[in-house]
Design a protein around this ligand. Structure first.
Ligand SMILES: Cc1ncc(COP(=O)(O)O)c(C=O)c1O
Length: 359
């Protein structure tokens, strides 16, 4: 019996455009090798920043690149947060961001996440108690829940950010991976002065390129670049040069199409298997991204289900780490992109059996 891993949100190995990257690397090293090998501004490899600025429709001073987007969050924390500062996140949210926020002593308030975005009534209540320094949100195909924020809630979020004077940090690495349905505007587009937008090439090329970026007000970007400089002088220009050349060649749009073709059937396999084997499950039904999440029936705990699942050759991740203030005992994240449709079907079948056995 093959073990099936529904644990980590990683891209599929077969999605990596290795030949394209080889060619881009050769070409850019031959033409810009010295610049890529040398130290340079902490803001990032200038041609990549210029390409990103044009793509995002902003000025180049508004672009900071870094070694993955997670480290850019760390720079933001280093710059903005003092111990005891209040930060809002969705609950659940990306566990690694919670780790960074905690490391900086932030007082994290979790705003319950609904299938169409953060619960606005709970948010208003939390704002009335203490407005935060920042609210970290993942509006598109959220990690871990799979939820996407509705247009209406996006407008409410930026209104509230304006009214209460906090920064919205919009982390959007899954945004381009929409397999169906209509795109909502970014928070950044709705209120550029209130939002720091961020994304990454991790899910578009490969995690190995470690290239993420932020789009924001030039002053904030310059301050974050100073933190970056004091940390690593300059980011990995070799990876950034290759990423730039790959983008310049127009390879991003066809890669996004290939990813959609690869991943959409995996999402469908996941949803179909849930309908077939767990018809009573409360599941998110995303239109894209990497994750579906399940809330197990009352009286079941993820911990007990994980033990049963391990016996059946199914590895599941603990849901607890995604919740800033506790809860999540019945929450399960199912990352579906790195599994074949057949593995997904068998994995959900084993999951249904584990849930029955754990009751
Ligand atoms: C919401 C979110 N933000 C950030 C990251 C980290 O991305 P990077 O590899 O660019 O550091 C991830 C990776 O899974 C993620 O899901």
């Amino acid at each position: 019996m093959e073990t099936i891993n529904f644990t980590r949100g990683v891209p599929a190995n077969e999605s990596f455009p290795i030949e394209e990257v080889v060619e881009a690397a050769q070409a850019i090293l031959r033409t810009q090798g010295a610049a890529m090998m040398q130290y340079g501004p902490a803001l990032g490899f200038q041609p990549l920043r210029e390409w990103l600025a044009e793509w995002q429709g902003v000025r180049v001073e508004q672009i900071l690149t870094g070694n993955g987007s997670l480290q850019l969050i760390e720079f933001l924390c280093l710059h903005l947060l003092k111990p005891g500062d209040v930060v809002f996140t969705e609950s659940p949210t990306y566990d690694r961001t919670l780790t960074l926020l905690r490391r900086h002593g932030a007082r994290i308030v979790g705003i319950p996440l609904e299938p169409d975005g953060p619960a606005i009534v709970a948010l208003e209540k939390a704002l009335a108690a203490t407005p935060p320094k920042l609210f970290y949100v993942i509006p598109d195909f959220q990690n871990p829940a799979g939820a996407t924020c509705s247009g209406e809630k996006r407008r409410r979020l930026v209104e509230l950010a304006e009214r209460h004077g906090f920064l919205l940090v919009e982390d959007a690495p899954y945004r381009l991976l929409r397999y169906r349905g209509r795109e909502e505007p970014t928070l950044y587009r709705l209120a550029p002065g209130r939002v720091l937008h961020m994304s990454s090439f991790t899910k578009l090329i490969a995690p190995g390129v470690r290239t993420g970026f932020m789009v924001g007000e030039p002053e904030l970007i310059a301050r974050l670049a100073k933190v970056a400089e004091d940390t690593y002088i300059s980011p990995g220009y070799v990876a950034q040069g290759i990423t730039y050349e790959w983008c310049r060649r127009g390879l991003l749009p066809p890669q996004v199409e290939r990813l959609k073709k690869l991943y959409a059937p995996r999402l469908d396999a996941c949803l179909g298997a849930i309908d077939r084997y767990m018809p009573d499950a409360v599941a998110t039904r995303p239109d894209g991204g990497f994750f579906i999440s399940l809330t197990l029936p009352e009286g079941t705990s993820t911990t007990a289900v994980r033990l049963e699942a391990a016996r059946l050759g199914l590895n599941l991740a603990d849901g607890l780490a995604f919740f800033p203030e506790g809860g999540g005992e019945r929450f399960l994240r199912l990352p579906f992109c790195a599994l074949s449709p057949a593995e997904i079907d068998e994995g959900i079948r084993r999951l249904a059996e584990s849930v029955r056995a754990s009751r």
